[in-house]
Each structure stands twice: as structure tokens, then as C-alpha cells.
Design a binder for this molecule. Structure first.
Ligand SMILES: [Zn+2]
Length: 129
């Protein structure tokens, strides 16, 4: 788990089902891979023009934060994960500290595996969060 796995929207790709699965694995939002599943490359946030010139790394740096697109995706995840809160934490604590906290938050207490945000349990041993 590292800073490169934190997507512009605040999602931690390191705990995403698409990243954790074995087959057709997604390398993470920020990693360029031609074999990436198409649903992962068509993200409205990732393709937002503010990221094009790389001056902006995260949504919170944008003057439109939190925009409609972000609020939409945040709402979809809200029960399991809170992107806007994540972004606010990155802004407040810095990316390093945020990643440290994420590691603690998503590490399985039983086997030190990673808990999947979508499934809500450890991908290695099945322990629930
Ligand atoms: Zn486990």
C-alpha cells in the first residue's frame, strides 16, 4: 500500500476488489496499463480535465471541490467508504500520514492480509472487518 495507490478521488485502490483479485487485476487508478479493464479507464473523475496537466493530484486541490461527479461517486460508496472525507484527511494530514492510517485501517487483525473495501472481509483469511 502506497501513495500511488490513492486515486485522485480519494479512493484507496489498495483495498479495492479489482486490485485485490487475481484474475483481470486492476493495477490501480494512477497506474497506466493497456490491459486494464475498460470500466476502470472510463472513470469520469480520472479523466477529468483538471488532472491533465498534472498540477492537481487530488480532487481537493480543484476549485470545484467537491464537484457533482465526486459527490456522485462518494454517495455510491458512502456506506463503506467516504471519498470526500478521505480527501479532507489527505489535505489535513498529508498523503504519507493518510497512507499510514489506511494501512492500519485495512490490515486484517488475524493474518495481516488486506481487507477488501467492497467485500468487507480479508481477502486472505476471510476475517470480517
Ligand atoms: Zn486475514
Amino acid at each position: 500500500m502506497n501513495a500511488k495507490l490513492i486515486a485522485p478521488c480519494g479512493m484507496n485502490c489498495g483495498v479495492c476488489m479489482a486490485y485485490l483479485r487475481e484474475k483481470n487485476k486492476c493495477p490501480g487508478c494512477r497506474i497506466i496499463d493497456k490491459n486494464k479493464p475498460i470500466t476502470r479507464t472510463q472513470c469520469k473523475i480520472k479523466n477529468c480535465k483538471v488532472f491533465k496537466y498534472k498540477k492537481v493530484k487530488f480532487c481537493f486541490e480543484c476549485k470545484n471541490f467537491p464537484c457533482d461527479k465526486l459527490q456522485y461517486i462518494d454517495k455510491r460508496y458512502r456506506t463503506k467508504y467516504n471519498m470526500i472525507k478521505n480527501l479532507e484527511n489527505i489535505k489535513k494530514l498529508g498523503i504519507r500520514k493518510f497512507v499510514e492510517n489506511e494501512k492500519i485501517r485495512w490490515t486484517c487483525s488475524k493474518c495481516n492480509g488486506i481487507i477488501c473495501v467492497h467485500k468487507g472481509f480479508c481477502v486472505d483469511c476471510g476475517e470480517k472487518k
